[in-house]
Design a protein around this ligand. Structure first.
Ligand code: GLN
Length: 537
């Protein structure tokens, strides 16, 4: 394999321009030409990982196969590229400093003063090159979080400057900026982009390619103007117009030649033809649904669209697989109780109760589950959602009125959900949950088996509490069956109801494994069940 090429994606002018989607789209395009690609995110905040962050800060925490708690952009990387990421794909300033400080404490720096340059920047560079050194990738795309000009981004930009100098054409820099449209002037404005590039130049980095996020098409004149002011070729000014769906962005980037520009800049062969047939097929299904269903997502971060990112994207994949438009509506768990449930959940073809932590919204989730269980509405409970289904069943079917999880009530008389044995001695919060992929054995003749069509599956986890096996017989005798079990530790991973058309609770997070190429079978079957329910109504 030729030397690995390193592509950096830096953002300017404003945050939230979609660096993750541009990086993922570029990865998809390079992949479609036969190159192997991985994407990495460097986050300039001091937390060692986003695992302890509340979703209000950076949205959902995404979990990789190897159990890393990471930025939600890694979810996009996997959904677009269908290649699993790992701890090495997400590095924060906190982790960089932790490594450097541990080395200093061990005496590895032999009495030298430890400084941002070279020690922090060297550690950043080492982390960037780590993925390339595996020899598995033609391209490593590194997305740098934050916006050019932020104080906390400086060591990363400096690392990029040094790597460019060291690697020459094995390295290329993409700068994603905003070209705003001023309605009053009726014009697109290039000045913020010019300023952003100037800021980058102050740090010694000249971008090779400028991707301009815009609401309106950029004329050739405007592209030429940006090229002239920012020292890039006109063909390297790429328009990134607002798209209806993030999944259209690879196609838009293909039209704008983002992939060939990157290949040209890094002296890679240009003779390959991109094969985007499967991707286009998915887009076709996405935009030509033959049915439509409404699904309620019961959670406590209704105002935050990124809090349940992987779940909403899994519905997009599963919707396309079923040629169905899935409308997901967030319902605030705190608004639901036994009285309001019929009104709030009226008209939905299925209900998903979301993962989560802590007391807030719990009773609403339980009321929602009671309603869908009794009314035979398709239900999927994920992690805390599954635990709530177990509590609801204990309270209303087993008659244990005060049943609870010891997470919410440590003194409950009926701890149907309890802290896992291995969790009892753990004190610290960061990275200490049951995290990452674990095997699960699916019982034949279950709805779960109908989804997976195999008995050995592996799914990703992020939790501390589990189904309390002391109650298992009682649950099974009353009609809630454990249909997925962790073979080694005997933990209940899937529960489902006998006398219900589609009621599944999973202790793991299927949403982390759903991709465009491989929609998750649990979501695909859940959507199918909602379509059937809709037809029956
Ligand atoms: N709070 C629950 C636990 O720790 C569920 C976690 C989750 O939904 N991810 O077990």
């Amino acid at each position: 394999m030729a030397r690995t090429k390193y592509i950096f994606v830096l953002g300017g002018v404003a945050s939230s321009l979609g660096k993750g989607i541009i990086s993922s789209s570029l990865a998809k395009l390079l992949q479609s030409r036969g190159f192997s690609v991985t994407i990495q995110k460097l986050d300039p905040y001091i937390n060692v990982d986003p695992g302890t962050l509340n979703p209000y800060e950076h949205g959902e925490c995404y979990v990789t196969e190897d159990g890393a708690e990471t930025d939600l952009d890694l979810g996009h990387y996997e959904r677009f590229s269908n290649v699993p990421t790992s701890q090495a794909n997400n590095v924060t300033t906190g982790r960089i400093y932790q490594t450097v400080i541990e080395k200093e404490r061990r005496g590895d720096y032999l009495g030298h003063t430890v400084q941002v340059i070279p020690h922090i920047t060297d550690e950043i560079k080492r982390r960037i090159k780590l993925l390339g050194k595996t020899g598995k990738y033609d391209f490593v795309i590194t997305e740098i979080g934050g916006t050019v000009g932020d104080i906390e981004s400086l060591p990363y930009i400096e690392a990029v400057r040094q790597l460019r100098w060291e690697m020459g054409r094995d390295c290329s820099v993409i700068h994603l900026t905003l070209v705003p449209y001023l309605a009053a002037a009726g014009e697109l404005k290039t000045k913020p982009t010019q300023h952003s590039v100037k800021t980058l130049l102050e740090s010694g980095v000249q971008p090779d390619i400028i991707v301009c996020r815009t609401e309106k098409h950029l004329s050739d004149g405007l592209k030429n103007k940006i090229a002239k002011f920012c020292n890039v070729e006109p063909s390297s000014v790429i328009e990134s117009i607002d798209a209806k769906s993030i999944y259209e962005v690879p196609i838009l980037m293909r039209k704008e030649n983002l992939d060939t520009e990157v290949l040209r800049k890094t002296m890679m062969p240009l003779d390959s033809q991109p094969n985007l047939d499967n991707w286009n097929d998915f887009l076709y299904k996405l935009s030509h649904p033959t049915t439509e269903v409404n699904i309620a997502l019961v959670g406590k971060y209704v105002e935050l669209k990124d809090a349940y990112k992987s779940i909403s994207e899994s519905f997009v994949h599963a919707g396309a697989a079923n040629e169905c438009k899935v409308n997901v509506k967030m319902i605030h768990a705190e608004k639901i109780n036994d009285k309001t449930a019929p009104e709030l959940l009226k008209g939905f073809d299925g209900v998903l109760v979301a993962p989560g932590f802590g007391e807030r919204g719990i009773e609403g989730k339980i009321s929602a589950i009671k309603y869908v269980r009794e009314n035979k509405i398709p239900f999927l409970g994920i992690c805390l959602g599954m635990q709530c289904a177990v509590i609801e069943f204990a309270r209303h079917k087993l008659g244990y009125k005060s049943a609870h999880s010891t997470e919410m009530n440590p003194d409950t008389k009926y701890p149907v959900i309890d802290l896992m044995e291995e969790q009892k001695k753990i004190k610290g919060m960061g990275g200490t949950m049951r995290l990452g992929a674990y095997p699960c054995k699916v019982k034949k003749s279950s709805k779960a088996f109908e989804c997976y069509k195999t008995i050995n599956v592996s799914e990703r986890h992020r939790h501390r509490y589990e189904f309390n096996n002391e109650y298992l017989d009682e649950f099974e005798n009353a009609g809630m069956k454990a249909t997925g079990i962790n073979p080694k530790e005997n933990l209940v991973e899937i529960v489902e109801l006998d006398d219900h058309p589609w009621f599944i609770g999973v202790q793991f997070h299927p949403e982390y494994r759903s991709t465009v190429a491989k929609p998750h079978p649990v979501f695909v079957n859940f959507v199918k069940a909602t379509i059937e329910y809709h037809k029956r109504k």
